[in-house]
Design a protein around this ligand. Sequence first.
Ligand code: SAH
Length: 397
Amino acid sequence: MQFIKITLAKGKERSLIHRHPWVFSGAIAKKEQEPEEGAIVEVFSNTGEYLATGHYHSGSIAVRCFDFEHTRADRDFWIKKITAACALRFTNGVLDQATTNCFRLVHGEGDGLPGLIIDFYKGTAVLQAHTSGIYKVRDHIVAGLQAFFGDKLLAVYDKSSESLGKQQQGETQNGFLYKKNEDHPEGCVVEENSKRFYVSWTEGQKTGFFLDQRENRALLERYAAGRKVLNTFSYSGGFSIYALAGGAQLVHSVDSSAKAEAWALRNVKENDTTVPHSFFCQDTFDFFKSSQEQYDLIVLDPPAFAKRLSALKQACGGYQRLNEVAFRKIAPGGILFTFSCSQVIDRKLFRQLVFAAASTAGRKVRILHQLTQGPDHPINLYHPEGEYLKGLVLQVD
Ligand code: SAH
């Protein structure tokens, strides 16, 4: 198979030699011919050396490279890639399979598969393609999952209509790519560190659950005993369930989504507890304005305030305001778990925003932990943008 050849401008090969998987459109000097959206292309340096193979798209990231050696990128190639990603989760001991049956199986660039996310919920794999290039090879991806899991694969659900770019969204529909049994359900109860969560792949946000916070939720359990806990942007109650298990005095969950409320209440029931729990279906900023309670453990886990660089300034303001209201609200000696999942806000900038918020609120603050995503969301060392989740655990005096 001949792939279209793309030649870079002089000096633009450096990042690819360092295995950074993105080629920006401005780095391209010449295209043999105009590739179709999602076509496989080969990238060459200005002096004619082969550098990498990847998917071509219009937009500022023109090529997302999935290999740095000549490849035919055929069915076998994709099967090998998928099975290698699955093996990382299942064979190196990094995840405790005895207490957890939901993981991220494929994490985009972190697995050398830019544009692909696959989460696994007790036998059901939920796929989100972020590029049409990856979407085109979805049958090979399913074959890779079948090769790895065999009979244990119950279904593959495609949720790409929400993750693909606007142009392709209309052309795709969410639905099963594979079902072992005709009556495969739309959700199931999974276990994470022995806690039970209902996950709906059809109606849930993203693939259904925010698996990246697993380790951070477990850490919160250790801090919860005897504390009044406020979990904002709670979604289906992830951090709340761990706080209940950790023996909190009370737990309040806040999320503006009615579905999140229904799932959170269901999850509280799934995990026997005698600790009082209340859900507030409300905007977090409004909740902070109206609540009279003083909490001694607060979680701030908002959605990405900035998805693009252009929204950066506004997002910075959002993070700062949010952290400031939490610093004003939290009891002396309280613990704040604060997060940002915006890729364009790096660790240093996030810390500066939290610093500004603490200093405006006039609180004395110490950093106890610096957090990131779990090990099933690996970060390609050559692609630092993959480190999207940043968290701080703070002692607020
Ligand atoms: N911490 C969660 C994941 C949070 S995802 C977990 O561990 O599973 C972000 C959540 O914020 C979503 O559920 C979304 O519904 C909610 N949300 C977005 N904007 C909000 C707002 N202004 N006020 C309250 N909740 C909001």
